[in-house]
Design a protein around this ligand. Structure first.
Ligand code: SF4
Ligand SMILES: [Zn+2]
Length: 327
């Protein structure tokens, strides 16, 4: 019965049906009083908690068509080692793919986003909007600008200030890199900005199984990928004419209850030799991509794909074109 309900939910096109036509029988009695209220919000389905859970999972699993190609390389793609040849092919040939995230992933993303938003909103309150750079909008969105916040400016239409923050997007033509720092903050009276990257992190309870992935308790330094990400934002801001401090910040928020502070902040030295070297290396790869793209070409094949039978190639949406292209 459950599978039938899920199948129907997946094929559901928007018109409501009676509960009996879907459940195929009398609704099961909820085990406790009060649970019926939740189910009654979905009039076409059986008020059975298990079925509602299955419906929600089916809804989460809905397939999404995503455009893989953009001429811009997102900083996170570069850090995550995405193949720039694939990025170029996807853009030149407008490649699309279907994604079907698992419900557990969607829920975890939602928790992570909520943690990150809480930290960012608190930081804006602490520093003051005038010391935070981003995109600012009023409730009706008629007042919409990028830069430091200015709550004294009121919208001519709704009369409200532009108090809704979203990330500043920095784009650099020389490398075709684009990135959105979670927040750019400055000390009161300073002209220089510091990028802040915010991450949520799981908490393994004491005595729990610690897998290879980092956990809030044993985190003693910012992870290398996050360090590079925030340093790349700093470099792109510098390259596009912004004044920046030598530092960058990475903040982690615990994704579960902890007894001590749920935040860990790390300050990164943007001018340390090994950091400058790593950033230069990433900028060089992106420059090669940008140069090739100017003449509608793509960079060379990845070492991980000597032929189309490797795991990397098998999972690549652009492999057919990759192995048939001359450049
Ligand atoms: S098959 Fe490999 S080298 Fe070719 S585009 Fe895909 S990931 Fe890059
Ligand atoms: Zn407005």
């Amino acid at each position: 019965m459950l599978q039938r309900i899920v199948n129907r939910a997946q094929g559901f096109k928007g018109s409501y049906r009676s509960a009996s036509s879907v459940s195929g029988g009398a609704p099961e009695k909820p085990k406790k009083k009060g649970q019926r209220v939740i189910a009654s919000a979905l009039p076409m389905f059986s008020p059975c908690g298990e079925a509602v859970g299955a419906l929600l999972s089916a809804h989460d699993r809905k397939q999404e068509r995503v455009r893989l190609g953009s001429e811009w390389i997102h900083v996170s793609a570069l850090i995550n080692g995405e193949c720039l040849r694939a990025v170029g092919i996807a853009h030149l040939e407008d490649v699309t793919a279907y994604e079907k995230p698992r419900p557990a992933d969607r829920l975890l993303w939602a928790i992570g986003k909520a943690v990150e938003k809480h930290i960012r909103d608190s930081m804006i309150e602490l520093y003051g909007a005038h010391n935070c750079m981003g995109r600012w909008q009023c409730p009706c969105e008629a007042l919409d600008f990028e830069g430091e916040g200015d709550l004294s400016r009121k919208c001519g239409k709704c009369g409200k200030p532009a108090s809704t923050y979203s990330e500043f997007n920095v784009k650099h033509r020389g490398t075709m890199l684009s990135g959105s720092p979670d927040l750019l903050v400055r000390r009161e009276g300073s002209r220089k900005w510091t990028p802040l990257e915010i991450k949520s992190i799981k908490v393994v309870p004491k005595g729990g199984v610690v897998t290879g992935a980092p956990d809030f308790h044993n985190l003693e330094a910012a992870q290398r990928g996050h360090v590079l990400q925030v340093l790349m934002y700093r470099r792109l801001m510098l390259e596009t004419g912004h004044e920046m401090t030598d530092e960058a910040l990475v903040c982690y928020g615990a994704k579960d209850y902890v007894m001590q502070s749920p935040y860990k902040f790390f300050t990164i030295d943007g001018e340390a030799e090994e950091n400058v070297k790593a950033v230069n290396h990433l900028m060089k790869s992106a420059k090669e991509y940008a140069l090739a793209l100017k003449s509608r070409k793509v960079t060379g094949r990845s070492n991980l794909c000597p032929n189309h039978e490797t795991n990397k190639a098998k999972g690549c949406h652009c492999k057919v074109s990759c192995f048939s292209r001359k450049s």
